[in-house]
Each structure stands twice: as structure tokens, then as C-alpha cells.
Design a binder for this molecule. Structure first.
Ligand SMILES: Cc1ncc(COP(=O)(O)O)c(C=O)c1O
Length: 494
């Protein structure tokens, strides 16, 4: 007989009901072929003794397995694995090489060397150094669920579940316009708003609109790697300008504009990605003037406008743009949770209409119900309340993280406390490299994967973004301790 006692593990303290644990264990045994079709299962009395669980629990599990079609109980004979269990069909399918997809397509297609699709990261005992992402545990799911349910329950909603506009839901466009006018000093109406599925879609659409192969796009010498890749994928030639503590350097930009036909400039004005510095007021105005003089587009990616800890946020360039040069991009993904793909592109109406037309042939339209949910989430003040709440939490985390880094590892690193955002830009002592640190860190179950992304030109600045917002104070302490162990080991290797 199969040694059920040793192969079925029941955890009484676990959250999952015992009968479900047992059910899943049996399904696992059938799937992996331990129990083949026609195999007889032990009687409920016998199994309850073997596993030291109540007989009723076994009966409940057998009932569930029978309902799912895994087993059959024959009166007076016993319980058997069904001869037509779904997995057997699946196994046959997988064994049939003809029927499975191999890894290579039977046709040629165009790959783009600039684009990389990341695999999902595993989550377990490992701690990932991230780029600066929100803490999804703080996401206002209950509030959103209530609004969503209310909307779905209304008869009136039926009209919105059909094919709609590529521009996005009208209420959300109106509410975003109002929200941005109130919070960021813009002067826009819904006609200036295209709802996107996050800022990334906005960057992509803007690139589609302004770039033809070999067009010149200006970015920082350090820059948000996904935007670099989006522009390169579109065929752009990237020209890089220096970034100092006041953001992009205007002198090099002016020089570039005089020597090239610049089609656009990409800026993360509020907190330069990756170094987190804020573009000074003087440079904001200078960029607007240059854009007017040389007729180029300013792609202002205001990805973390909501997160400013030291003083009030600085108004975006878009709020001073009187000549229609700025395409302003933002999203709710960072403030609420990345899974809610709701973002916006703000520009003159002609640009918005063209972007909507382009979007339509890639993504027919957005998720209208989700958009309506966010329209209400904004208009009833929930977004503001949520932002204020997480701002306090993230500020506390920033302060704690920076303090502990200073106390524990300042021998190895240098950094400025970021005025906002969700990450600290950490410069490693040049005695060490992130490559080496990232190797050693694996032993501490600390994963540093993206260090190469922050130095596209191999300048050797030795900088790296450490996201702090997604970790609680305890987790940040844990992170600092692991990081310290890594650095000490690197020192011992010297
Ligand atoms: C600078 C920058 N821009 C855009 C994005 C994309 O954001 P979204 O999730 O809104 O597409 C990110 C995401 O990390 C980012 O860091």
C-alpha cells in the first residue's frame, strides 16, 4: 500500500481547511502518477487513523474529490481513482510531441534587440533590491472594490461595457483634468487627456508619434532604461546630456540643439531617474525655451510626482508650457498599485487625438469599468486621502533607511537623502563593484539584479537605486543587515 502517512502532510495550524489540504494532496498524487487510474483509495476509517484526523474530514475530502471528478465511490466496493481523470488526458497531450508547441516558431519574425521581456521574479526568502516600487500591502483594495461593485451593479453601466473610445472613459478624463489642474497647476480639459495603461504606454505612444528612424532624442547620461529602450526600438538615435545635482545640464543640451535636429527630450523632472535629483526651476524654464526655439517635444515623465517629502512638490514643466511642447505622462500605478494600469498622457488636442488613433490599433480601448472606478476614486477624495496616508509611511521608511545606512555602512557607500520618490541613489566606493557585490549578496539571499541598467554608457559612476518604499521598517532593517554582511565580506576579500 502507498505510505500515505509519510507522503501526505497535514498541517493543522495552517490557514487552509484540513479537508482541502487532504484533497489537494490526493490531487497531487494523482497528477504525479503515484495514484494511477483505477487505484483504490484507503477507506475513510483507515485513512483517518493513519493521518490522525477526523473521519468526517476524510469523507468531506472524498466528496470534494468526487465532485471534481478525480475519484468515484462504488457502493460496497470502495473508492477508486477515476479512469478518466483530467490529468491523464493532459499527460497524454504532453507526451504527444506532435501536439505540443516546441520552442522555435515555424516562421521568421522581427526581434528587437533593444527590448527585453523580464521573467517574473520569485518571491520567497530572497529580498530583492528594487528600483523604487510601492508597497502593495497598502493598496486601498477595499475602497476600490466597493466603488467597482457599485458601478457594476448599476444598470446605467451597461452602456459602458461595449466597444468604446480609445481616448478612455470620459468621466476619468474629466476628473484627471480637474485633478491635475488643482494639484499640478495645469490648465487643461478632457480634450487634452488620453487615458493610458500606465506611463509606459504613454512613453511608447509618444515615441511612436515623434520618432522616425535616426531621429535624435535627448536623454540624460543616466536615464530610465525602459524609456531608452522604447526610443531605440522606435529607431531613435539617443544623445545623452550630463546630469548633475540640478538635473539635466542645459549647456550640453543647448550645444546638442545647435548641432542636431532634436525631435524630443525625455525628462523625469521631479526626481531624475535614476539619480533622484530634482530639475531646478531655472533649468525647467530653459528647457521650455529651447523646445520653443528648436520645435522639439518635451516628454515629461512625472512618474513619482506624488512622493515629495521635504517640501511641496515642484510644478511640472507642463504647467508652464504655453507653446504646446510638453507631452506630460503620469499614472496612478505608482500611487495605488502597479496592477491597476491607469495612466494618462496630457498634450495638445491634436497630439492626443493622434495618440488615441495609434493606441487603437494596438489596444482597442482601456478597461472602462476600471477607469470609471478610478474616476470616482479621484472625485470622492479617496486618491488624495490614500496619497497622504502613504506619503507619511514612505517618508518614515526613507528616513529610517537612510539613517540606518549611514549608521551601518557609510564606510562603503555615499548617498544624498532623496527629497522624494521611492528609492535612494547609492554610490558604492569605487574599491568595489556592483557586479562583485551582487555575486556575494546571493549568499545573504539579497538579490541585486539591475545594477547594469543604471550605467548605460559604462561611465563607471558605481551608482545603484535602492527602493525603500515597498519594505516595512523591520524589512528595511533586515535589508540593511544583509547588505552590511555582504559589504563586510567584500572587504574581507580585499
Ligand atoms: C521613470 C519611470 N517611468 C515610467 C514607469 C512606468 O510606470 P507605469 O507603471 O505607470 O507604466 C516607471 C516604472 O517604474 C518609471 O520608473
Amino acid at each position: 500500500m502507498i505510505p500515505y502517512k509519510s507522503i501526505i502532510q497535514i498541517h493543522k495550524e495552517k490557514g487552509t481547511a484540513i479537508y482541502l489540504q487532504l484533497t489537494n494532496a490526493f490531487i497531487g498524487l494523482i497528477k504525479n502518477g503515484t495514484l494511477i487510474s483505477g487505484a483504490k483509495l484507503p477507506s475513510s476509517r483507515k485513512l483517518s487513523e493513519l493521518l490522525d484526523i477526523h473521519r468526517k474530514t476524510v469523507l468531506a475530502s472524498y466528496e470534494e474529490l468526487q465532485l471534481q471528478g478525480w475519484i468515484t465511490t462504488l457502493p460496497q466496493k470502495g473508492t477508486y481513482v477515476n479512469s478518466k481523470v483530467p490529468i491523464i488526458i493532459q499527460k497524454d497531450f504532453l507526451q504527444n510531441k506532435e501536439a505540443t508547441k516546441s520552442e522555435k516558431s515555424g516562421f521568421s519574425f522581427y526581434r528587437n534587440e533593444h527590448l527585453i521581456a523580464h521573467e517574473e521574479k520569485a518571491t520567497n526568502a530572497f529580498m530583492y533590491i528594487n528600483d523604487g516600487i510601492p508597497d502593495t500591502r497598502l493598496a486601498p483594495l477595499k475602497e476600490l472594490a466597493i466603488i467597482y461593485r457599485n458601478i457594476v451593479a448599476k444598470k446605467n453601466t451597461l452602456q459602458f461595457i461595449n466597444y468604446g473610445t480609445a481616448h478612455g472613459n470620459k468621466d476619468l478624463r474629466n476628473n484627471i483634468a480637474k485633478y491635475l489642474n488643482e494639484t499640478r497647476g495645469l490648465k487643461i480639459t478632457k480634450d487634452n487627456v488620453l487615458i493610458t495603461r500606465g506611463s509606459q504606454m504613454g512613453i511608447y505612444l509618444a515615441a511612436k508619434l515623434i520618432i522616425k528612424p535616426n531621429d535624435c532624442i535627448v536623454v540624460g547620461e543616466t536615464n530610465y532604461i525602459s524609456s531608452d529602450r522604447t526610443f531605440l526600438h522606435q529607431g531613435a538615435k539617443l544623445k545623452r546630456v550630463k546630469v548633475d545635482s540640478d538635473g539635466l545640464c542645459i549647456k550640453s543640451l543647448e550645444k546638442l540643439c545647435a548641432q542636431n535636429t532634436v525631435k524630443g527630450i525625455y525628462i523625469t523632472s521631479h526626481h531624475h531617474h535614476p539619480t533622484t535629483v530634482t530639475l531646478s526651476a531655472e533649468r525647467r524654464i530653459a528647457i521650455l525655451q529651447l523646445a520653443k526655439k528648436y520645435n522639439f517635444a518635451i516628454l515629461e515623465d512625472d512618474y513619482d510626482y506624488d512622493f515629495h517629502y521635504s517640501h511641496s512638490p515642484i510644478l511640472p514643466l507642463a504647467s508652464h508650457d504655453t507653446n504646446g511642447n510638453v507631452i506630460y505622462l503620469g499614472s496612478i500605478c505608482k500611487s495605488v498599485a502597479p496592477v491597476f494600469r491607469v495612466g494618462y498622457m496630457i498634450a495638445t488636442k491634436d497630439v492626443i487625438d493622434e495618440a488615441a488613433a495609434r493606441r487603437k490599433y494596438m489596444d482597442r480601448q482601456g478597461d472602462a469599468i476600471l477607469e470609471m472606478t478610478f474616476a470616482r476614486f479621484i472625485s470622492n477624495g479617496d486618491l488624495n486621502r490614500h496619497t497622504n496616508k502613504i506619503l507619511k509611511i514612505y517618508k518614515e521608511r526613507r528616513d529610517y533607511f537612510c539613517k540606518r545606512l549611514k549608521e551601518e555602512v557609510s564606510e562603503f557607500i555615499n548617498f544624498e537623502i532623496p527629497k522624494g520618490g521611492m528609492a535612494v541613489w547609492i554610490l558604492l566606493d569605487k574599491k568595489y563593484s556592483w557586479k562583485q557585490i551582487s555575486e556575494i549578496s546571493k549568499k545573504q539571499k539579497l538579490i541585486i539584479t539591475d545594477w547594469k541598467n543604471y550605467d548605460p554608457t559604462n561611465s563607471g559612476h558605481n551608482g545603484m537605486r535602492f527602493g525603500f518604499a515597498s519594505y516595512s521598517i523591520e524589512e528595511l532593517e533586515n535589508l540593511v543587515q544583509r547588505f552590511k554582511k555582504v559589504l563586510l565580506e567584500a572587504k574581507n576579500l580585499k
